[in-house]
Design a protein around this ligand. Structure first.
Ligand SMILES: [Zn+2]
Length: 221
């Protein structure tokens, strides 16, 4: 359950729920929790999502589907290439401090078009038209980091971009960093495989400080 009466999970419990849901999705045994009319009505007055997803907008990366969750479970912020401008930071801070979400997941994926576009822009020295340049510019620091580390494989570059995004969230949001330092929240990075449907954690960790305020183990249904 994730209605108004649901307990706040510890970060590692929230991560376990996401991994369990992804396993159901991968194995073709989804339970589609929290998608019924009764749950919809129970959530009308308030929400307590147990995770924030900062994901790529890619149409194949629908968070509630790949984690087999429903209404009120996930607070989802998506941009092409999971870039983290001020509106994204503000949205994450809202979910963590006002809604008390205990986990933030940066969700990237293989074959990411935003990373490919940024690579192409860097290789050719050309800027994309319109506002696409904002997406490319936001990915460039990850490409420079990959270059400095001698990484040329697109899959590994994408993992670096996910890790870079985790660090950017913590570096640019003192509010989020404070919540993490207090053990009330954690930030991790996950990479999704389009064909297999699996997520793999590639960045971030849940510190030992997390869980200093024990909550009962809970099933989210
Ligand atoms: Zn993408």
């Amino acid at each position: 359950m994730s209605g108004p009466e649901a307990p706040i999970l510890r970060p590692e419990q929230a991560l376990a729920e996401l991994i369990a849901g992804n396993h159901r999705f991968v194995t073709g045994t989804p339970s589609h929790p929290n998608q019924d009319a009764g749950h919809r009505a129970a959530l009308a007055d308030e929400q307590h999502p147990f995770a924030v997803i900062v994901g790529c907008s890619d149409s194949r990366l629908a968070a509630e589907i790949i984690f087999d969750r429903g209404l009120g479970d996930l607070f989802v912020v998506r941009t092409a290439g999971h870039t983290t401008g001020p509106e994204v930071l503000g949205s994450v801070e809202y979910a963590v401090t006002v809604l008390n979400a205990p986990l933030v997941v940066v969700l990237g994926h293989d074959s990411c078009g935003a990373v490919r576009a940024a690579r192409e822009s860097l290789a050719t020295g050309t800027q994309p038209p319109g506002h696409l340049d904002a997406v490319v510019d936001a990915v460039l620091p990850s490409l420079r980091r990959a270059e400095a580390e001698g990484v040329d494989d697109l899959g590994r570059i994408i993992d670096i971009h996910i890790a870079q995004t985790v660090e950017a969230l913590l570096d640019n949001s003192a509010v989020l960093a404070a919540e993490v330092a207090a053990g009330r929240c954690a930030v991790v990075g996950m990479s999704y495989r389009l064909a297999a449907g699996e997520v793999h954690q590639v960045a971030g960790e849940i510190s030992a400080a997390a869980g200093s305020d024990p909550a009962p183990a809970a099933s989210l249904g």
